[in-house]
Write a protein that binds this ligand. Structure first.
Ligand code: NAD
Length: 282
């Protein structure tokens, strides 16, 4: 109970915490709808981080165009405009952008984790990693940018690009992630270049660098490594141990940062990389 003898009165400033808490609730109520009136595109929204971001944007009131190379994976994603989109195809991305029209928010999630070192990575592996992890972002940015600039000019606000990078990038060198780490470092470079080019035009471009997040492809990585090591538990332990917080994140834990960067709350933030990584970058 403390000094005041009452749990609802602040011991230090004597404020009535009940009304503070109620205000908090009201504030939370106002916060819902942070993306109201915004049009957002999210790639690779079928599962994992992309799915979590698409769901949270819908919950925040955005009109969400959710795409994935697998249309089936988008099933169950309520209130989103769902479409098959392979971000490896320039033609498909351009046709999609023409169909969707001008948007305020573009979240580039599509990416893939190649395993290998400089000795084991072939040119084909390298090219594929860069095609899917980096060039895909060029494709979508190139296609959606004119409409995003238009929307920013018309509203006097900002349009926002959010790119999903990784802690395995220019942030940290991770064993066996040669092409992956290089490609995600390129995502950070691309993010800063776009931010610099359009900084006076109402366009913001930021990246999120996740640590280890539970997702279907991560589950596969645990499974594969477990088979290699003869123990799934050992593989799981490795992923948990490399996280200083001692745990792997749920995909939904990325959403608040994506919402923040997408919204005008981040109106003065561009060219940054936010680590959402449980201390992975420490
Ligand atoms: N999970 C993690 O620990 C982690 C950590 C750091 C960064 N990331 C990055 O986050 C992103 C999502 O990863 P995840 O693990 O959450 O999801 P995931 O790897 O389980 O799912 C990826 C999704 O991308 C889609 N996809 C694959 N190729 C595509 C293409 N050509 N066009 C469109 N969609 C395509 C798949 O169908 C799938 O739905 C990736 O860029 C990944 O590198 C993930």
């Amino acid at each position: 109970m403390g000094l005041t003898g009452r749990s609802d009165i602040c011991e230090v400033c004597s404020a009535d915490l009940r009304s503070e808490r109620n205000n908090g609730k009201e504030r939370a109520g106002i916060m819902a709808g942070r993306l109201k009136g915004r049009i957002a595109v999210v790639t690779a929204a079928g599962q994992g981080i992309g799915r979590a971001i698409a769901e949270s944007f819908v919950a925040e009131g955005a009109t969400v165009y959710a795409s994935d190379v697998s249309r089936d994976k988008l099933e169950g994603l309520a209130r989103a405009k769902k479409a098959k989109l392979d971000v490896l195809s320039t033609r498909a991305v351009e046709a999609y952008a023409a169909k969707v029209g001008p948007v305020d928010i573009l979240v580039n999630v599509a990416g893939y984790v190649h395993h290998g070192t400089a000795l084991t990575t072939t040119e084909k592996d390298w090219d594929f990693s860069f095609d899917l992890n980096v060039k895909s972002m060029h494709r979508t940015i190139h296609a959606f940018l004119p409409g995003m600039l238009e929307r920013a000019k018309a509203s006097g606000g900002t349009s926002s690009i959010v790119n999903i990078a990784s802690g395995a990038s220019s942030i940290r060198g991770i064993p066996n992630r040669y092409a992956y780490g290089a490609s995600k470092a390129a995502v950070i470079g691309l993010t800063k270049a776009v931010a610099a080019d359009f900084i006076r035009d109402g366009l913001r471009c930021n990246a999120i660098a996740p640590g280890t997040f539970r997702s279907p492809s991560w589950e596969d990585r645990v499974e594969t490594l477990g088979k290699e090591w003869g123990s799934k538990e050992k593989a799981l332990e490795m992923f948990v141990q490399r996280q200083p917080m001692g745990r792997v994140a749920d995909a939904a834990e990325i959403a608040p940062v994506a919402i923040y960067l997408a919204s005008d709350e981040a109106a003065f933030t561009t060219g940054t990389v936010i680590n959402v990584d449980g201390g992975f970058s420490l």
